[in-house]
Design a protein around this ligand. Structure first.
Ligand SMILES: [Zn+2]
Length: 288
């Protein structure tokens, strides 16, 4: 009996409810060297070439064998490097299995710190290579500039500029899902920091640059402009509500995001988005 319970417990741990439904894998090609793998969790960029393979983000540990199989349909070989755009588990969950296979995990210093406090000092979830403001990976005749943006979605976000492929992996700075971003204020995120990061990316790209969002479909500069305008509108509405209603509960009750015509997911409902915007904007721009 005890053994059955233990087996069930192990099964529960390796098969979280999120994977009860079959993952539908899809690959989109940006150039012959750069592909995007859509599965469950953060979108994965796959760079292939004469020197091998590297990826940006790795979804969940339980999906790592599927991810390897999908990569092998593009080019055989294990990733030499895995770049994490930030510490959230739907972007770093595969770090341990990829590191065990020999991949070198790269991330901002704060990603390592946050993963270390969650998983312990000896965990192979932790990135081996960390950086501060930026780092450039010269591999496969691509020069991938990994740029840190402070206090945006979290305090450890990195955006990857593929300078040859003319594409950018934006991590969760960009949700192309027809809704507002998740500003993780408990992990150093900020509405104004996020907007500042988006303005900078917008300045650096051209109309034909392909944008890889953390979640949702690929986009272009014009889509980023709409996303920025949406966040600016939401910010203005929440600031107006703060000026009138003051307290967090009264602002949420006033429903300032109503009328924007957005869809909200079950894990990030409108009230939570409003609360996160309130907490971020009050820290920065209003009374305590
Ligand atoms: Zn995230």
């Amino acid at each position: 009996m005890e053994q059955i319970v233990r087996c069930l417990l192990v099964l529960t741990l390796i098969s979280p409810p999120a994977f009860a439904e079959k993952v539908v894998w899809r690959i989109e090609t940006i150039t012959s060297h750069l592909h995007v793998l859509f599965g469950r969790g953060g979108n994965i960029a796959v760079h292939v070439g004469d020197e091998g393979v590297y990826i940006v983000d790795d979804q969940f540990a339980a999906l790592s064998e599927d991810i390897k199989r999908q990569i092998n349909t593009i080019q055989s070989g294990l990733p030499e490097f895995v770049i994490n755009t930030h510490f959230h588990g739907d972007h770093t969950g595969g770090n341990a299995p990829f590191a065990t296979d020999g991949s070198h995990i790269i991330a901002h210093h704060h990603v390592r710190e946050r993963l270390e406090s969650a998983h312990g000092a000896g965990s192979n979830v932790l990135p081996r290579l960390t950086f501060g403001s930026d780092l450039t990976l010269h591999f496969n005749n691509e020069h991938a500039v990994i740029q840190h943006f402070e206090h945006a979605h979290t305090d450890g976000d990195a955006v990857v500029f593929f300078t040859v492929a003319n594409a950018v992996h934006m991590g969760d700075l960009y949700f192309n899902t027809g809704s507002l971003p998740f500003v993780d204020v408990d992990s150093g995120g900020s509405v104004d920091g996020l907007l500042a990061a988006l303005y900078t990316v917008h300045q650096r790209i051209g109309p034909s640059t392909t944008l890889i969002p953390g979640h949702g479909a690929l986009g272009k500069k014009v889509d980023l402009e709409q996303y920025i305008a949406l966040i600016e509108r939401a910010k203005k509405r929440v600031l107006n509500a703060i000026a009138i209603h003051k307290s967090e509960s009264a602002v949420i009750a006033s429903d300032p995001l109503d009328g924007l015509g957005l869809e909200y997911s079950s894990w990030l409902p409108k009230a939570r988005v409003t609360r996160l915007f309130y907490r971020s904007l009050c820290n920065e721009a209003c009374f305590k």
